[in-house]
Structures are given as structure tokens and as C-alpha cells.
Design a protein around this ligand. Structure first.
Ligand SMILES: O=C(O)CCC(=O)C(=O)O
Ligand SMILES: [Fe+2]
Length: 260
């Protein structure tokens, strides 16, 4: 069954084409650093994605071991304990774009011109592009009890997430906005150190199933805390780039997908 965009998204509650609505969302993103749209996905869309997620769970690749927050190979100019190289743990799994079924609401939402138009307006961008590689644009994450996603900056200009199944507890998205300026080459090691040392408390989001979260993950340091309880956390990530032809780094693809 293939659902139309208007069946996947509650356009009554979230009139994406409306200029006043766009302007309100932009103000929120600019002041808070993150935009949450509760009830974005319809109950039918959530249900279908949850079914697809259960059907394809066997394909998921689970991250093993560590990575640094920059998702980049170790830089031997810095010692192992330096913010540039410090290892954090990720253990969540995911399936990737080429494993998301044809006709999935996630494809319908990701590919929607209306959604991209809305995002461009809210982000003040001229155009948005999918990743050039075949794996990175749509990911469906799985985190059962104890699994987590460690502190990191995204490669993509920004991402939206859609919570598909909320765990009983844990699985909390934590972030520190404007933690670096990647395009200016400022990696802000002092601030990253303070976050890793738990000297600087992050902000956190409490979100419901179906909520859309938009954030600038390229410059916001963020993580997801371990799931608590038997109900697995499931969440979709839709990533976009402001330039065409960008692929997710090989380091990040090997870390999170186990393949290129
Ligand atoms: O699971 C989340 O809420 C965030 C996912 C994320 O940060 C990522 O996939 O890069
Ligand atoms: Fe991220």
C-alpha cells in the first residue's frame, strides 16, 4: 500500500505551504536551535513504518565500539584523550536507504517537494539535496534496551528525525546547539571537552511518536541516551545537504552502516 504525502502528514495541523506557518516555524528554529512538530506523521503512517521496521529488523547493522564526535579518522596531531580523538560509544542499529521498502511513507515524506520547500523556507536555504551515496539519505534506527548513540556532529547540513516508537524510558535526544562552526573550520575543542567531561549540561527533548524534529546537526553536538525498558526505540532520520553531490564520509558509513 502506497500512501500519498497528504495521508502521511497531518497538513491540517501543520500547513506546510502556509507562509505564516513557515514564518512561525522559522522563528522557533532560530531562537531554540531546534524545531519540534508534534503529530507531524499521521497514525496510519507511523503504523506502516513500524510494520516495515519490524519486517526489516534482520537487515539492521549495529555499530560496534567507538568513534569520535567528528566522525573522522583519528588525527595523530592530537593525543587519544583530546576532544578531537576521544572515543564515545554507539551501539544502535539501522537500516539504510536502499533497504527502505518502495512505497514506504519514509520515501514519500523524504522525496516530497512540499516538504523540501517548507524546509528551505524555514532554514533560509535555496535548495536541498539528498546524499550522493545510496545509503545515507533515509535511515531507520533501532535501539533496544541499553543501546545508544554517542555524542557526535552530523556530516549533513541538517536532518529531520521522526520518532516511530518511543521507549518506556531513556532514548533521550540531548544536544548543545551552535557547538562549532564547521564551515569556518572551527572545531571548538574546548567546548566539546566540557560536554564530554559532563561539565556543561546539554538541553534535551521529550518527544512523542510522530513528532518531527528539525535541527542543525552539523554544528549542534548531540547524542541519544541508552534505551531503558523492553520497548525498542525506533526512529527515522531524513538527511539533506545544501550542496549537490555530497556523500556521507566513508568513516561515518563504515561506523554506522558497516559498508560503503
Ligand atoms: O536518534 C536520534 O534522535 C538522532 C539521530 C542522529 O543524531 C543521527 O542519526 O545522526
Ligand atoms: Fe546525528
Amino acid at each position: 500500500m502506497c500512501m500519498q504525502f497528504s495521508e502521511c502528514v497531518d497538513l491540517q495541523r501543520h500547513p506546510l505551504s502556509d507562509d505564516a506557518y513557515r514564518a512561525r516555524c522559522k522563528v522557533i528554529l532560530d531562537t531554540e536551535g531546534v524545531l519540534c512538530l508534534p503529530g507531524f506523521l499521521t497514525a496510519d503512517a507511523i503504523e506502516q513504518v513500524r510494520r516495515e521496521a519490524a519486517e526489516h529488523r534482520d537487515l539492521a547493522y549495529y555499530t560496534e565500539g567507538g568513534h569520535n564526535v567528528y566522525l573522522a579518522p583519528t588525527d595523530s596531531d592530537f593525543d587519544d584523550n583530546h576532544a578531537r580523538n576521544r572515543q564515545v560509544v554507539s551501539s544502535k542499529g539501522c537500516i539504510q536507504t536502499d533497504q527502505i521498502p518502495e512505497g514506504s511513507p519514509l520515501r514519500t515524506v523524504h522525496d516530497s517537494a512540499l516538504l523540501r520547500d517548507f524546509l528551505c523556507a524555514v532554514l533560509d536555504e535555496a535548495a536541498l539535496h539528498e546524499y550522493a551515496d545510496a545509503l545515507s539519505s533515509i535511515n531507520l534506527h533501532y535501539a533496544d534496551e541499553g543501546r545508544e548513540l554517542g555524542w557526535h556532529f552530523d556530516n549533513s547540513s541538517f536532518a529531520i528525525t521522526l520518532l516511530v516508537q518511543r521507549p518506556q524510558a531513556g532514548g533521550v535526544f540531548e544536544y548543545v546547539r551552535d557547538a562549532r562552526d564547521a564551515d569556518a573550520g572551527d572545531m571548538n575543542y574546548p567546548l566539546v571537552s566540557r560536554v564530554l567531561d559532563e561539565e556543561l549540561p546539554p538541553a534535551s527533548l521529550d518527544i512523542e511518536e510522530g513528532t518531527l524534529v528539525l535541527f542543525r546537526g552539523r554544528n549542534a553536538l548531540h547524542r541519544v541516551t541508552p534505551t531503558i525498558g523492553s520497548r525498542e526505540r525506533m526512529l527515522a532520520v531524513l538527511a539533506y545537504n545544501t550542496e549537490p553531490g555530497i556523500a556521507l564520509s566513508e568513516e561515518a558509513r563504515m561506523t554506522f552502516f558497516g559498508r560503503l
